[in-house]
Design a protein around this ligand. Sequence first.
Ligand SMILES: [Zn+2]
Length: 290
Amino acid sequence: MARLEAALAGARRAGFAERTPAVDEEAVLQAIVQVHDPRLPERLREACRRAPSFFDSADNPISPGTFAAAVAAVGCVLDGLAHIMAGNAPRVFAAVRPPGHHATRSQAMGFCFFNNVAVAAEAALQKGFGPVAIVDFDVHHGNGTQELFYHRDDVFYLSLHRYPYYPGTGGADEIGVGRGRGFTRNLPLAPGADDEVYLGALALGLEEVMRAMSPHMWLISAGFDAHELDPLGGMAVTTEGFQKMGKLLAQAAGSVPVLVVLEGGYNLDALKESVAAFLSGLSQVGSGSS
Ligand SMILES: [Zn+2]
């Protein structure tokens, strides 16, 4: 909960209004199985009845409340998406945990159970808000998101990440297959990458997204574990660097809506400051809510 509090405090500082959505579990599960193996939510629900334990991986400890928390995270992201699609706000931040971008079609891993961003991308497409661009700047590669859309040309997946590093995927040669060829772009970065490296890579990646498609929705897998103070990431992005990344994304998106979804970030002060800085950079066009 401390991570959520820090992220929310950052969003408030950036001037985002707050809302706490009611979660319709059945509706959320329906959306989840549009991208995940239908057995995944049922397996997780069952496993949580026998918790405390681990689910699929040693990185995924579970308690009796994990299933509800993971469903609520997806529900919160879908509520943010609905808020955007209703025309209420062009920029929305979904402060959620657990994170999502490592969750594959049928497996939980890397602290992730359901792929929050991928579920939102599919929901946006089904509501006619495609094509969708996903930009993932968490320090880890979003192997789950990549896998889910690797063969698709209606979702572009752009990732900036430390490489080689957990989870091992994300080489520059992973570019998609079949119709999806050219709709996955990985920008692997060496340890210690700083603002200059990240901003250069992000600018390059965004140009490539826009050459490939005109997104009608931008989804951001916003991990702040590339911050210089993060205990896990080993990168050197500053708080100001995250603000500049927000600005670059705002410029690329223009009037197209942007839904920002929290992924990692493990230094609480850095997380709060980075969320505030990123969202203020992003909010240069229009206003937002969290
Ligand atoms: Zn991460």
